[in-house]
Design a protein around this ligand. Structure first.
Ligand SMILES: Cc1cn([C@H]2C[C@H](O)[C@@H](COP(=O)(O)OP(=O)(O)OP(=O)(O)O)O2)c(=O)[nH]c1=O
Length: 201
């Protein structure tokens, strides 16, 4: 039977994929998220998402394995998840009153009946996010609340306070949360339409 697998531990990615009513199972990957610092941001998120997908794909037969990776870039610097509260505070201070980019890469891996990878497809989306001027006490409170720690760039646009920081965005909102639903659906239709409920429609 054809099966869809989401290779992610992110509750936000799970929720976004549920939104489009595809039946899937969650099997998080376990890979080191290292990359060549000379790569472009788009290449980094594509390669890391593919690494996550390949790590899980060979556990499944006749499957479509979906994986993703999100990073934030600000003026040539890559901001991943913060190491600690101080780093989160510094990142948010940097982003205050400025525009940054959120890149999410998605990988699709198809497997055959004997668990071999039969084909892969990767793509990425970029969204520009502009923060208003942040109040240092608001940043401190937000960091103390703990939300930044599992998020690239140290904020969640979907969080109460994270949302307050955001003045303007250009691009797909869901891409900032960690999964670009619009381009995902179009890519699946072309690359793996047989996994959609009504193939050919
Ligand atoms: C900028 C931003 C990031 N994020 C999150 C999305 C990702 O979950 C996280 C970046 O880390 P990732 O390494 O992309 O993903 P992950 O470790 O959470 O999950 P997995 O690798 O198993 O798929 O930051 C938000 O939730 N909201 C935001 O506004």
């Amino acid at each position: 039977m054809k099966q869809i697998v989401l290779a992610s531990a992110s509750p936000r990615r799970k929720k976004l994929l549920q939104q489009i009513n595809l039946p899937f199972e969650v099997h998080p990957s376990s890979v080191e998220e290292n990359y060549n610092p000379e790569w472009s941001p788009g290449k980094i998120v594509k390669e890391l998402s593919l690494k996550k997908g390949k790590n899980v794909a060979t556990d499944f037969s006749s499957a479509l394995v979906i994986s993703a990776d999100t990073i934030v870039t600000f003026e040539d610097t890559i901001l991943e998840k913060p190491e600690d509260a101080n780093e989160a505070y510094d990142m948010l201070t940097q982003l205050s009153n400025n525009t940054h980019q959120v890149y999410t890469g998605v990988a699709l891996c198809k497997t055959d009946q004997i668990n071999n990878i039969a084909g892969t497809k990767t793509f990425f989306e970029v969204t520009d996010v502009t923060f208003g001027k942040l109040n240092p006490q608001d940043i401190k409170n937000y960091v103390e609340g703990g939300s930044p720690m599992d998020k690239a760039g140290s904020y969640g646009i979907q969080d109460d306070f994270g949302a307050i920081f955001v003045k303007r965005i250009e691009g797909d909102y869901n891409n900032v949360v960690g999964f670009p639903l619009h381009s995902f659906y179009n890519t699946v239709r072309n690359f793996a339409g047989e996994f959609l409920p009504n193939p050919g429609n």
